[in-house]
Design a protein around this ligand. Sequence first.
Ligand SMILES: *Cc1c(COP(=O)(O)O)cnc(C)c1O
Length: 410
Amino acid sequence: MSKSMPFDPYKVRDDFPILSRSNRGKPLVYLDNAATSQKPISVINAVSDYYLENNSNVHRGIYELAENAENQYRSSRKEVADWFGTSPDEIIFTRGATEGLNLIAHSFAEPMLKKGDQIILTEMEHHANIVPWQMIAKSTGAEIVVVPVLQDGSLDRERLSMLLNHPRSSLLSICHISNVLGTRNPVKEIVAEAHKNGIKVVIDGAQSVPHLRVNLKDIDCDFFVFSGHKLFAPMGIGVVYAKGELLNDMIPYQGGGDMIDQVSFAGTSYTAGVQRFEAGTPNVCGAIGLGEAIRYLKSIDFPQVDSHEKMLLENTREQLCDIRGLVEHGTVEDKAGVFCFTIEGIHPHDLATLLDAEGIATRTGHHCCQPLMDRLGHTATARASFSIYNTIEDVERFCGSLKRAANILG
Ligand SMILES: *Cc1c(COP(=O)(O)O)cnc(C)c1O
């Protein structure tokens, strides 16, 4: 699909072979994109070609296969850097967003934080953006302070401003888009406000990169993480962007091969650059798959994806408005294509089971956001999350099934 062509989800579907399989004998409707995305054939081929043609370890291999693997690995890093408007020496490959946040917590925050310093989080964070900070708070004596979420799913900006003006605040870690509420946080604005007070900002972009064209220089955050698998790439690969000037202050938290300059029992020196944070054999194949996924994204018109996903969300709301007791969680106007809901008196797992029987894949539970569930007053919610290949027919199937399920269970 070329850039000038109108966005066509039916055409996109043809690139994703798994979408033509069935689920419980019914045509699959895949609405669990916030948990993981499906993969286009070009990514699947890149992965299989790597193992068919070029499998070998990177770094220091003097033969053709190793050179090919090294070149592909390096060109993926460049592909990622270009896509996000940054430079390859600011891109660290990790296992995913979770490992990325742990890396930032251990390599950057832990050496910097002092007793009584404040780490600002929000009530809408994923466990991956909570637990690593709790670990670091424990080891450094720093405190975690939390920005509340308002009734519509937006951030309490007044409270955030207060915390950003606190003299002991030193770091803010916040999601770009909530995986439950779909809320888009105005990160550029927030980063500017934080920087005025000398506060470093980490952005969890796991949910934004599949929906938005993200330019990291424009946002000007200090760190940004995401997972490949939610961006049409394989599992087990992810990225930390770290602002170049901060890399020198960071201390590797994993040691091993490939991250050293000289090793002796008297002492070891580390290699320069991002490789210092990639101890051991990296996920070469995953990185190559991620590079290919980004090449695929270049054929997608993001503003059109955004309006397409908004249309699907709007349509879902319209079709479901007559289900008694249905509450949508996260109702800010400018939200991503995530429909998180509960129906009074019905357990979300029961809904999901009936949907599954009709071929529809959704997710229920706490979505790795237990503090947010507490805020919403539920232990579990149901969630349908949209992607570039979902169609209006998917929405109709989902809504039809959900109405039947609500009738049976209600
Ligand atoms: C999925 C997700 C994560 C964790 O990603 P992993 O791939 O499990 O490491 C973190 N934050 C958000 C907002 C997510 O949606």
